[in-house]
Design a protein around this ligand. Structure first.
Ligand SMILES: [Zn+2]
Length: 582
C-alpha cells in the first residue's frame, strides 16, 4: 500500500509541479489557496526603496541588481551576481578565551555593523568584507589578532551552490530558468525523495504541502495559522488521527506536538528538515514496518510549521541568501525586518540593546511587533483555550552548530522547574541524532548556547539564536509545554547557513529519528505503552534501513572533536553537567 501511495505521490508530484511552479513573473503560489494571490508589498517602501537600497549597497559595496532580475523571481541569478554580491566577504571564526575577548568582539562588531553568524562560548563566526578585516582586527585586543581562521574560502560559491540544480543536467549546474515538467521527469533519483534533492522555494513548498494533505486526508490536513507581514500564509500541516482521543480512551485532551522551522530566513535546512520529518511520518503511517509511527500518530497530533517566516525566506531566494529577519517595515525606512525569534512576549528584551532596527536581531518596538510571532501566539493560545489541545512538546528548528537547547533562553539566572526531565530528554534527542548518522549534537541550556560571560552584575552576550523573546521560552513558560527545545541543526561551521543540498536528507533522517524517539518517550510516560528498556527508546533500531546506514561522521576541522558513541560517555557527560550546575 505504501509503495502504491508513493507511486501515486510521485505521479501527482509531477503533475502538480508541472502546473504549479510559476514562471518568473508569477507570484500566485505563495498562498496556500491556489487562487488567492498575495501582493508583495515592496511598493510600500515607495520612493524610499531606492534610497534604502543605495545606502545598503554602499555600506556593503553591493552592486545594483542585474537588470534582468525580478524581485518576484525565484530563479537564481548568474554566478557573476553572486560573485559581485558576496565575493568580497569572508566568514571568520574567532576562538574565544576570555570575557575580554567576547566584549571586544561585541563592540567591534557593533561599530562596524557586522553580521555575526553563530557563536558558542568557545567560538564566534563573523561575516566581514575582506577589505574591512584589517580595521576590524585593529579594534580587537592583541589576544584575538591571531586567533581567527576563515571558514569558507569562497563564500560566493558556497551561496551559489545552495540554489537548486536542474535534475536533468549532467553537469549539476544551477538553474538557468524555472523548473519544468521535463526537468523533473528526467531525474533518475527515487521519486519519493525528489522534493528533498534541493532546497525548495515557496512556489514549490506551498503546492507540495497541498499535495501531501490531499493525498493523505485520513491523517494529514493543511491550514494556515495566519498571515505574515507581507501577507503570505504561514502554513501548518497537522498530522495524526487522534484515534486514541476520539475513541474515548484514557485521554481528555488532544495531545499535540509542535515542530517549527524557518523563523530565521537563511536557515534553509530548518525548513527542509521540518518538511522531511512530516513527509516521513505521513508516508509511513499504517506501514507494518513502522508500527511506532502508527502508534505515534494515533495518539498525538503533530503540527508542523515549516516556514514561520515566509517573507524572509522568499527574500533569501530573490535578493539576499543571507537575510535573517522578517520583512516588515520599521522606524528606519532603509532597515526593514524584525527578528521573529526575539519578538515573542515572554522575556522580551527589546529595550535592552535590541532596539536598533538595522541590527540582525532587532526585537521590534514592542512584544509581538512581528506579525508572525503574533499569529503563532494567538493560534497556540486558541488551541489550548478553545480546542481542547494540550501541547506536550515543542521543537523549534534552527541552524547551525548541532545543539539541542532547552529553556530558558532569556536568562541563565532562572532554572526551569523540570530541569532534570528537560536534560534527560535533550540527551535522548542528541543520542538519536548521533546514532543515526554519527553526528555529535551538544546539549545545553539555551542561555548557555549563546556567548554568555558574567560581567559583575550583567551578562555580556553575543547575538546568537537564543535570547529574550524566543518561541522556545514562550511555549515552555506561557503555554506550560514541559518539553520545549530549540535544535540547531547541521553543521558546526564548515558551511554554516550554506549547508550543501547533499545534507538535506541525512539531516532530515537524524531529526526524524529524534522526533520518533521523543514520541516513544512521551508515550511511555503517558502509560500508553509499557517500555521497560528506556535505553532503547532513543535508538534507531526500529528503522533498520537507517540503522544500517549509521556511520561515523566525516569530521571536518571545524567539527567537534568530542564525538564518541560510547553510551557510558553520554551518562558521564550528563552527570558532569549536573554536578557543575550545583
Ligand atoms: Zn535561527
Amino acid at each position: 500500500m505504501a509503495v502504491f501511495l508513493r507511486s501515486v505521490l510521485f505521479c501527482l508530484s509531477l503533475i502538480s509541479l508541472a502546473f504549479s511552479i510559476p514562471t518568473a513573473d508569477s507570484t500566485q503560489q505563495s498562498s496556500l489557496r491556489p487562487n488567492d494571490p498575495y501582493s508583495v508589498k515592496e511598493q510600500a517602501f515607495g520612493p524610499f526603496r531606492k534610497i534604502r537600497d543605495s545606502i545598503i549597497e554602499r555600506i556593503w559595496s553591493i552592486p545594483s541588481k542585474p537588470a534582468s532580475h525580478s524581485s518576484t523571481s525565484t530563479s537564481p541569478r548568474t554566478p557573476d551576481y553572486f560573485r559581485a554580491r558576496y565575493g568580497n566577504d569572508v566568514v571568520l571564526r574567532f576562538q574565544l578565551r576570555t570575557e575580554d575577548d567576547a566584549k571586544a568582539l561585541i563592540q567591534a562588531a557593533d561599530i562596524l555593523f557586522l553580521d555575526i553568524w553563530e557563536g558558542t562560548n568557545q567560538w564566534v563566526d563573523i561575516r566581514v568584507a575582506k577589505d574591512i578585516v584589517p580595521s576590524f582586527v585593529g579594534l580587537l585586543p592583541a589576544s584575538l589578532h591571531n586567533s581567527y581562521t576563515p571558514l569558507m574560502h569562497d563564500l560566493a560559491r558556497a551561496v551559489y551552490d545552495t540554489y537548486p540544480v536542474s535534475p536533468s543536467s549532467e553537469e549539476n549546474t544551477p538553474w538557468s530558468g524555472p523548473i519544468t515538467y521535463h526537468n523533473w521527469r528526467a531525474s533518475p533519483q527515487p521519486p519519493q525523495d525528489i522534493f528533498f534533492h534541493d532546497y525548495q522555494p515557496l512556489s514549490v513548498i506551498y503546492p507540495w504541502l497541498r499535495l501531501i494533505a490531499s493525498l493523505f486526508p485520513t491523517h494529514a490536513s493543511l491550514f494556515t495559522i495566519g498571515k505574515s507581514a507581507e501577507g503570505r500564509d504561514i502554513p501548518a500541516l497537522r498530522i495524526g488521527t487522534q484515534r486514541d482521543y476520539t475513541e474515548g480512551n484514557d485521554h481528555t485532551t488532544r495531545h499535540t506536538l509542535v515542530i517549527s522551522g524557518g523563523s530565521h530566513a537563511r536557515e534553509w535546512i530548518s525548513v527542509s528538515t521540518a518538511a522531511y520529518i512530516a513527509y516521513s511520518l505521513v508516508t509511513r503511517y499504517g506501514h507494518p514496518q513502522f508500527p511506532h509511527v502508527t502508534k505515534l500518530l494515533d495518539h498525538f497530533d503533530l503540527v508542523f510549521l515549516p516556514i514561520v517566516n515566509p517573507d524572509g525566506y522568499e527574500y533569501t531566494w530573490t535578493t539576499d541568501r543571507l537575510w535573517r529577519k522578517n520583512r516588515q517595515t520599521t522606524d528606519i525606512t532603509f532597515c526593514p525586518g524584525v527578528d521573529i525569534d526575539r519578538s515573542f512576549a515572554f522575556g522580551w528584551n527589546g529595550h535592552d540593546g535590541r532596539d536598533n532596527a538595522c541590527s540582525d536581531d532587532y526585537a521590534g518596538t514592542d512584544p509581538l511587533a512581528a506579525p508572525e510571532a503574533r499569529v503563532l501566539t494567538e493560534w497556540a493560545r486558541n488551541e489550548t483555550q478553545n480546542n481542547n489541545v494540550t501541547f506536550d512538546a515543542y521543537i523549534d528548528l534552527h541552524s547551525y552548530s548541532q545543539e539541542v537547547l532547552y529553556p530558558y533562553s532569556y536568562t541563565c539566572d532562572v532554572e526551569p522547574p523540570n530541569l532534570e526531565d528537560l536534560e534527560e530528554v535533550a540527551m535522548g534527542l542528541a543520542k538519536s541524532f548521533r546514532l543515526t548518522n554519527g553526528h555529535y549534537y551538544g546539549v545545553e541550556s539555551a542561555c548557555e548556547g549563546s556567548i554568555t560571560f558574567q560581567d559583575q552584575n550583567k551578562n555580556i552576550r553575543i547575538q546568537t539564536d537564543s535570547q529574550g523573546g524566543s518561541a522556545l521560552d514562550f511555549f515552555y513558560h506561557d503555554l506550560d509545554v514541559k518539553f520545549a527545545y530549540q535544535i540547531k541543526l547541521r553543521d558546526t561551521g564548515t558551511y554554516g547557513f550554506l549547508l550543501p543540498r547533499s545534507q538535506i536528507v541525512p539531516t532530515g533522517e537524524e531529526a526524524y529519528e529524534a522526533v520518533v524517539g521523543l514520541g516513544r518517550w512521551l508515550l511511555g510516560n503517558h502509560g500508553i505503552e509499557s517500555i521497560h528498556d528506556r535505553e532503547s527508546l532513543w535508538g534507531v533500531e526500529t528503522s533498520p534501513t537507517l540503522a544500517q546506514k549509521t556511520k561515523v561522521a566525516q569530521k571536518s576541522p571545524a567539527e567537534s572533536p568530542e564525538f564518541d558513541d560510547d553510551e557510558f560517555d553520554d551518562q558521564a557527560a550528563f552527570e558532569l553537567r549536573r554536578r557543575r550546575r550545583r
